[in-house]
Design a protein around this ligand. Structure first.
Ligand code: CO
Length: 266
């Protein structure tokens, strides 16, 4: 059964890091979370004043942050010695696990910076694992052509069986970047929550800058002309306790995270 669009979301203007202007699509009153997705931010501006402050050093514990760039460059750096630049078409899938301190700063002083950050929750059993990374440049992400477009398989498996670059993460996510002039069909396991975000054009009646939240089913068929991200992940169905950059199962675990952070145990 094909999944229907049950809700269309525009997101709200927000600011994070050192004054970076962004649009928050998941993690807002209208859509607090879409299990396992805790947050989706889109940043897109060619005004350096909107992004130049970047995201200076901050901690995370208990979930994954996924940065995917459409245009421009971001430099990331962390306290475990990892550093690199994510360029247009590249992805960084960071499993924060028990904790990491990192920064994400624009590697440019002018021009368009456009990208997404998605927060993916971890199951209780994985929240305190050591931090890990998967990072791929645009040329390392498989691209598949189909009748009516192309799909970049960041994570998961396309309909034709192309395996995504990012593998082995906890919620068996699907993360596709689709350019379409026709109809795109994709199977999505019934265990997963799913949505799509329209970057350009109009997809199934959802305009650019909006997300279409998908209902229950085992597949989706999206007609349209444009570019969109199709994202799905396995529901965890666990209690969620949030404290800023920490996402755990209980309030006590959040207090522990703040205590560990203040005591330099990250
Ligand atoms: Co971060």
């Amino acid at each position: 059964m094909d999944r229907k669009i049950v809700k269309t979301i525009k997101g709200v203007a927000a600011s994070d890091g050192d004054g970076v202007k962004l649009t928050r699509i998941i993690g807002v009153p209208e859509l607090d979370m879409l299990d396992p997705f805790l947050m989706l931010d889109s940043f897109a501006s060619d005004n350096p004043g909107d992004y130049i402050g970047g995201f200076p050093e901050h901690p995370h514990r208990g979930f994954e942050t996924v940065t995917y760039m459409i245009a421009g460059k971001m430099r990331h750096k962390d306290n475990a010695g990892h550093e690199g630049v994510i360029e247009a078409g590249g992805v960084q899938w960071m499993t924060a696990g028990r904790g990491i301190l990192h920064s994400e700063m624009p590697e440019q002083t002018e021009g368009l910076l456009h990208g997404f950050q998605l927060w993916v929750n971890l199951p209780a059993k994985d929240k305190m694992l050591p931090p890990a990374y998967q990072e791929f440049s645009a040329s390392e992400i498989p691209v598949e052509a189909f009748e009516g477009g192309t799909v970049r398989v960041v994570s998961g498996t396309s309909g034709a069986g192309t395996l995504g670059a990012v593998q082995g993460t906890a919620t068996n996510p699907l993360y596709l970047d689709v350019t379409l002039d026709g109809v795109f069909t994709q199977s999505i396991p019934t265990t997963h929550s799913g949505f799509f975000y329209v970057i350009e054009g109009d997809i199934a009646g959802v305009p650019a800058g909006h997300a279409g939240i998908l209902g229950e089913g085992d597949a989706v068929a999206l007609p349209g002309v444009g570019r969109f991200l199709l994202i799905a992940g396995e529901k965890l169905n666990e209690p969620v306790a949030r404290g800023g950059p920490f996402v755990m199962n209980t309030r006590a675990e959040i207090l522990q995270a703040f205590d560990d952070y203040r005591s330099n145990r990250f």
